[in-house]
Ligand binder design. Structure first.
Ligand code: NAD
Length: 269
């Protein structure tokens, strides 16, 4: 029996995969056999480095610069993917950022930026992927599903976050976006799932782990007592995209070392 998830002959697009979690997901999907598109916003060298890492491991990849909040750039990215790989089997909506401030000081620009990249970007990419999944349907020797969409959410889909209301609102929005399109697309044999990471060691949250004091403080929020790594999320994404997870749709899997277990209550009974 084959124990490892197989994505052989499948084409995957991972938004924001020149860095952090997205790069971990791209490496894991490629290791499972998928051809991947490394999407990035600005850092061309980092994107090429991710492509080279995949090629060095015997995989197939190319990089494409596109701002996921711009419809024309998203359409151009999908057109390029279809020209190179013929189709798409897996979309991982991962691109995201934070623009933090106290609520009363938050500018409209910072609100709009976070919502448009974290939430509208998932809408624009999912819509392009879903159209292709529906057009093409199931290809029996590749996957039992016509397509898979993975939405990178966060524990802040359920944990409120003072000082980060634009980010928390974008992740709460992803939850209902993911569930609603999962309901609508299931009859087309398209699966849509969310991943809710806890604290994963990436540039987005560097200040929370780059000194021993900061890391100690962070660990008080993580019952399992370690920070997560991009590869933790990568392994989960590869499994969720595979037929081993064929009966999962419309739910978020939290991968957070117990961060959503209200750790403040652990010794407060
Ligand atoms: P990161 O800063 O390392 O990566 C962010 C990625 O998003 C980069 O690859 C960047 O190129 C891309 N990006 C930013 N704006 C973009 C745009 N307009 N168009 C296309 N790409 C764009 O951060 P990360 O921690 O790897 O974050 C990845 C995702 O994981 C985000 O959605 C984030 O909210 C989520 N997440 C992270 C954590 C964590 O602890 N690191 C926890 C929960 C959720």
């Amino acid at each position: 029996m084959n124990q490892s998830p197989s994505l052989i002959n499948q084409a995957a697009l991972i938004t924001g995969s020149d860095s952090g979690i997205g790069k971990g997901v791209a490496l894991a999907l490629a290791a499972a056999g998928a051809k991947v598109v490394i999407n990035y916003a600005h850092n061309h060298d980092a994107a090429e480095e991710a492509v080279n890492q995949i090629i060095a491991l015997g995989g197939e990849a190319f990089a494409f610069q596109a701002d996921v909040s711009h419809e024309d750039e998203v359409k151009a990215m999908f057109a390029q993917m279809f020209e190179r790989y013929g189709t798409i089997d897996i979309l991982v909506n991962n691109a995201g950022l934070q623009k933090d401030s106290k609520f009363v000081d938050m500018s409209l620009d910072d609100w709009n930026k976070v919502i448009s990249i974290n939430l509208t970007g998932q809408f624009l990419c999912s819509r392009e992927a879903a159209k292709e999944f529906i057009r093409r349907g199931v290809v029996e020797d590749r996957s039992r599903a016509a397509g898979k969409i993975i939405c990178m959410s966060s524990v802040h889909e359920v944990i409120p976050w003072a000082g980060h209301v634009n980010y928390a609102a974008s992740k709460g929005g992803i939850s209902m976006f993911m569930k609603s399109i999962a309901q609508e697309l299931a009859p087309h044999k398209i699966r849509v799932v969310g991943i809710g990471p806890g604290a994963i060691q990436t540039p987005i949250n560097k200040s929370a782990w780059d000194t021993p004091e900061a890391l100690d403080k962070l660990l008080t929020l993580i019952p399992y007592n370690r920070i997560g790594k991009p590869d933790d999320i990568g392994q989960l994404a590869a499994w969720l995209a595979s037929d081993q997870a064929d009966y999962i749709t419309g739910t978020t899997i939290f991968m957070d070392g117990g961060m959503t277990l209200y750790p403040g209550f652990a010794d407060n009974g």
